[in-house]
Design a protein around this ligand. Structure first.
Ligand SMILES: NC(=O)c1ccc[n+]([C@@H]2O[C@H](COP(=O)([O-])OP(=O)(O)OC[C@H]3O[C@@H](n4cnc5c(N)ncnc54)[C@H](OP(=O)(O)O)[C@@H]3O)[C@@H](O)[C@H]2O)c1
Length: 350
C-alpha cells in the first residue's frame, strides 16, 4: 500500500478516496483520522530543505485525501508556518480543520511563554489574519505561562470561543518532558493542568507525544482523555522521522535541526535503536510489499483509541499520501503484540 494504491474509506469532494473520519471532544469535531503536522515546513527541521511551494502542494494533497486536520502554531517560523497554511485555507477553507497554538514567543536565542489575557486575544487576531480565515477550529494553549494562573489564560481563550473567533479549545502537552519534576510520571503535571482548565471551559483536544518509541501517554494521559471523550492529537508519531526507517545513522543533521541536539539521534543511539525499525519493517512486509514502517508506526497510533488522531509532520506530497493510507492499514492482534515486544528506545533526555 504505497502512494499509488490508497485503499481508503468513502469518496468525497474532489473525487479522491478519503481517510476515515473521527469525532473528538465535547464539541463533536469531525476530522480525518490522520492529520498533517505542518511544523517541519518552516521550523525545527533542516531549514535548507524547506520549500514553500512543495509544502503547499503537500497541504493540498492532504486536503484532497481527507487528512483535514492541519496542525500549526504562531511560533513555527515564527509566523511563516501560519502564513503558508493561510495560502491553502484561502482557497479551500471548507476542506480543512485548522489547529493553531498560542502562548509561546520566539526571541533571538530563546522561547518564552506569554499567557496574559490581553496578549492571547491580540495573538488570536494576528493568527486569524495570517491564516486568512475568520475562525480557528481548534485553538491550543502551547505552554502554560508560569507567571499567569492558567485559569486566566484559558478564560481569555474561552472568550474567543464566545466571540466566534475559535470553535474549540485544546491543550498542548508536547513540552511535558522538559518541565517534569524528578520522580513524577511524564504527564502528572499535564493532568493537573487539565483538571484546572476544565473548571473554566471544556477541553476538546490534547496534543502530546505518542509513538511506538515514546508510548508514555498510554499510562495516564490518554486514558484520562478517553474517559472524557477528549480528542488526542498524537504529535511526533513518527519519532521525528526515525520510525520511518529512512534515516541513516551517522549521516548527521544540520545545526538548526532539533535532531542535532536530540539524545536519540546521535549515531550511536540511532544504531542502537535500529531493532525498532527492523520490527516495524517486518510487520509492514506481512501486509504487502509496498507497506512502509512509517505506515505501521501510524497505524499503531491509530489503534490506541477512537479519539486518537496522529499528526505526522511532512512536507512532501509523497509522505502525505503514504501517511493518509495508514488509516486503512488494519493491524492484527499479532502485529500489536509484536510492537509491544520491541525493545524500549535508548537515548534519554533525563
Ligand atoms: N507543539 C509542540 O511543541 C510540538 C512539538 C513537536 C511537534 N508538534 C506537532 O506534531 C507534528 C508532528 O511532529 P514532528 O513533525 O516533529 O515529527 P514526526 O511526525 O514524528 O516526524 C516528522 C518527520 O518525518 C518525516 N516523514 C513524515 N512522513 C514520512 C514518511 N511517510 N516517510 C518517511 N519520512 C516521513 C518528515 O520528513 P519531511 O520533513 O522531509 O517531510 C519529518 O522529517 C508537528 O508537525 C507539529 O504539528 C508539536
Amino acid at each position: 500500500m504505497g502512494t499509488a494504491d490508497v485503499r481508503l474509506g468513502d469518496r468525497r469532494g474532489r473525487g479522491q478516496q478519503q481517510v476515515e473520519r473521527r469525532t473528538i471532544g465535547a464539541a463533536a469535531l469531525e476530522v480525518g483520522a490522520v492529520g498533517l503536522g505542518c511544523m517541519p515546513m518552516s521550523w525545527a527541521y533542516s531549514g535548507s530543505r524547506q520549500r514553500g511551494d512543495e509544502s503547499l502542494r503537500a497541504v493540498h494533497r492532504a486536503l484532497d485525501l481527507g487528512s483535514t486536520l492541519l496542525d500549526t502554531a504562531d511560533m513555527y517560523g515564527p509566523f511563516t508556518n501560519e502564513l503558508l497554511v493561510g495560502r491553502a485555507l484561502k482557497e479551500r477553507r471548507e476542506d480543512a480543520f485548522v489547529s493553531t497554538k498560542v502562548g509561546l514567543l520566539v526571541g533571538e536565542q530563546h522561547i518564552v511563554a506569554n499567557g496574559r489575557p490581553g496578549y492571547v486575544k491580540r495573538a488570536c487576531d494576528a493568527s486569524l489574519r495570517r491564516l486568512q480565515t475568520d475562525v480557528i477550529d481548534l485553538y491550543q494553549l502551547h505552554r502554560e505561562d508560569p507567571e499567569v494562573p492558567v485559569e486566566e489564560t484559558w478564560g481569555a481563550m474561552a472568550e474567543l470561543v464566545q466571540a466566534g473567533k475559535v470553535r474549540a479549545l485544546g491543550l498542548c502537552a508536547m513540552g511535558a518532558r522538559g518541565g517534569r519534576r524528578s520522580g513524577a510520571r511524564l504527564h502528572d503535571a499535564t493532568i493537573r493542568q487539565l483538571q484546572r482548565v476544565q473548571q473554566v471551559f471544556p477541553v476538546s483536544a490534547v496534543e502530546a507525544e505518542l509513538s511506538v518509541w515514546s508510548p508514555e501517554a498510554l499510562e495516564t494521559l490518554l486514558p484520562w482523555c478517553d474517559a472524557r471523550g477528549i480528542g488526542f492529537l498524537a504529535g511526533m508519531p513518527l519519532g521525528n522521522g526515525f520510525l520511518t526507517g529512512t534515516l541513516t545513522p551517522g549521516e548527521g543533521f544540520e545545526p538548526d535541526d532539533v535532531r542535532a541536539r536530540h539524545p536519540r539521534f546521535t549515531a550511536e543511539m540511532m544504531a542502537a535503536n535500529q531493532p525498532i525499525v527492523v520490527g516495524l519493517r517486518r510487520i509492514a512486509r506481512r501486509h504487502g510489499e509496498d507497506v512502509t514502517p512509517a505506515q505501521v508506526a501510524l497505524a499503531w497510533v491509530l489503534a490506541q483509541g477512537r479519539h486518537v488522531i496522529p499528526v505526522p509532520g511532512a512536507k512532501r506530497e509523497r509522505w502525505v499520501t503514504d501517511n493518509a493510507a495508514a488509516a486503512a492499514l488494519p493491524l492484527t492482534a499479532e502485529d500489536l503484540a509484536e510492537v509491544a515486544e520491541l525493545p524500549p528506545a535508548q537515548g534519554s533526555w533525563e
